[in-house]
Design a protein around this ligand. Structure first.
Ligand code: NAG
Ligand code: NAG
Ligand code: NAG
Ligand code: NAG
Ligand code: NAG
Ligand code: NAG
Length: 294
C-alpha cells in the first residue's frame, strides 16, 4: 500500500513525463499545429519514393530519424510549424520522376531540380501557391501538362530548358500572370507561339530558342512593350515579315535573337528606336534589302 504522499509524488512524475513528451519530437502526435508539417513530411517521402537512382547518395540522410528540415537540400521556415520553403537538389545525377506530391508543399517558394536526369511528365503542382522559382532545366522531362502550373499564382521564374518536351507550346497553358522569366530553350516544342503569351504583363524574358516553333512572329508579344527585355527565338522555323514599327512596339528590348529562322522582307529600321539594345542577331534568315542604320 502506498501512502497518499507517495501517490502525489507519482502523479507529479507522470505529469512531468507527459509534459516532456509533448515538447520533444514525439510532440507531433499530441499537437495539432504540427499536422501541416506532417503533410510536408509525407510529400517529401513520396518524392523520395519517386527517385530510382541516387548515385551520389544525395538523399542518404532523408530518414525519419531526423527532422526533414535537416535533410540535404531542404530549407524550412524558421518558426513553428516548420514548413518546407526550398527544395534544392541541382546537379546530383538523380533519376526517377518528379511526383505531384510536391504540390502539397504549400510554403515552397524555390524548387531546383536542374541538372539531373528526371524523366516523365512534369506533374500538376496544385497547392504550391507560394512557388516563385522553378528550375528543372537539363533533365529528360518529356511533357508538361497544360494546367500544371496554373495554381502557382506566385511564380516568377521557370526554366524548362534542355529537356525533351515535345508537342505544341500548349495554347491553354495556364501560365500565371506573375511570370517574369520563361525559358523553354532546347526542347522539341512545335506549333505556333500562343496569343495568351500577351497576357503576361510582367514578362521580361522569353527564351524559346532551339525548338521547332513555326508560324508568324507572334504579334501578341507586342502587348508586352512595357516589360519585355529579352526575346530569344533563334533556331526555330518562324517566318514571314516583321512589322516596320517593330522597334517602337518593343522599345525596352536589350537582347533580340532571331537567328536561324525563316524571316523574310526588310529588317525594320525602327529597331534603332530600341536604344537599350545590346545584342541583336538576325543572321541566317531570308531578309532582303539594305541593312538599316540602327
Ligand atoms: C497531398 O494532399 C492531398 C490532400 O490535399 C492528399 O490526399 C494526398 O494524399 C497528399 N499526397 C501526399 C503524397 O502526401
Ligand atoms: C544531411 O546532409 C547535408 C549535406 O551533406 C548536411 O548539410 C546536413 O547537415 C545533413 N543533415 C543531417 C541531419 O545530418
Ligand atoms: C546537362 O547536364 C549534364 C550532366 O547532368 C552535363 O553533362 C551536360 O553538359 C549538361 N548540358 C548542358 C548544355 O549544360
Ligand atoms: C487549383 O486549386 C483549386 C483550389 O484548391 C482546385 O480546385 C483546382 O483543381 C486546382 N487546379 C489545378 C489545375 O490543380
Ligand atoms: C494585352 O494585355 C491586356 C491587359 O493589359 C489583356 O487584357 C489582353 O488580353 C492582352 N492581349 C493579348 C493579345 O494578349
Ligand atoms: C544578352 O545576350 C548576351 C549574349 O548572349 C548575354 O551575355 C547577356 O547575358 C544577355 N542579357 C540578358 C539580359 O539576358
Amino acid at each position: 500500500m502506498s501512502s497518499p504522499k507517495q501517490s502525489a509524488k507519482l502523479a507529479m512524475l507522470l505529469l512531468v513525463a507527459l509534459l516532456l513528451l509533448c515538447n520533444s519530437t514525439v510532440g507531433n502526435v499530441c499537437c495539432s499545429r504540427n499536422q501541416e508539417n506532417s503533410v510536408d513530411l509525407h510529400a517529401l517521402l513520396d518524392f523520395q519514393r519517386g527517385i530510382t537512382k541516387d548515385p551520389q547518395g544525395a538523399l542518404s540522410n532523408w530518414s525519419t530519424t531526423t527532422h526533414f528540415c535537416r535533410w540535404n537540400g531542404i530549407a524550412c521556415t524558421t518558426t513553428r510549424p516548420f514548413r518546407v520553403e526550398q527544395l534544392n537538389l541541382p546537379g546530383l545525377n538523380l533519376q526517377g520522376k518528379i511526383t505531384s506530391s510536391l504540390g502539397n508543399l504549400t510554403f515552397l517558394y524555390l524548387l531546383d531540380l536542374s541538372y539531373n536526369s528526371f524523366a516523365g511528365t512534369f506533374p500538376i503542382l496544385n497547392h504550391a501557391q507560394q512557388l516563385q522559382y522553378l528550375f528543372v532545366n537539363n533533365n529528360s522531362l518529356t511533357g508538361i501538362i497544360p494546367d500544371a502550373l496554373s495554381n502557382c499564382s506566385s511564380l516568377l521564374s521557370m526554366d524548362f530548358s534542355l529537356n525533351l518536351l515535345v508537342g505544341a507550346f500548349p495554347p491553354k497553358i495556364g501560365f500565371p500572370p506573375s511570370l517574369i522569366y520563361i525559358n523553354f530553350e532546347s526542347n522539341q516544342l512545335d506549333g505556333s507561339i500562343p496569343n495568351e503569351i500577351g497576357q503576361l504583363q510582367n514578362l521580361e524574358s522569353l527564351v524559346l530558342g532551339d525548338n521547332r516553333l513555326s508560324g508568324q512572329f507572334p504579334h501578341a508579344i507586342f502587348n508586352l512593350s512595357a516589360s519585355l527585355r529579352v526575346l530569344s527565338l533563334e533556331k526555330n522555323m518562324l517566318g514571314k515579315t516583321l512589322p516596320p514599327n517593330f522597334g517602337y512596339l518593343l522599345p525596352n528590348l536589350k537582347n533580340l535573337s532571331l537567328y536561324g529562322n525563316m524571316f523574310e522582307g526588310h529588317i525594320p529600321a525602327s529597331l534603332g528606336n530600341a536604344l537599350g539594345l545590346q545584342l541583336i542577331d538576325l543572321s541566317s534568315n531570308k531578309f532582303t534589302g539594305k541593312i538599316p542604320k540602327l
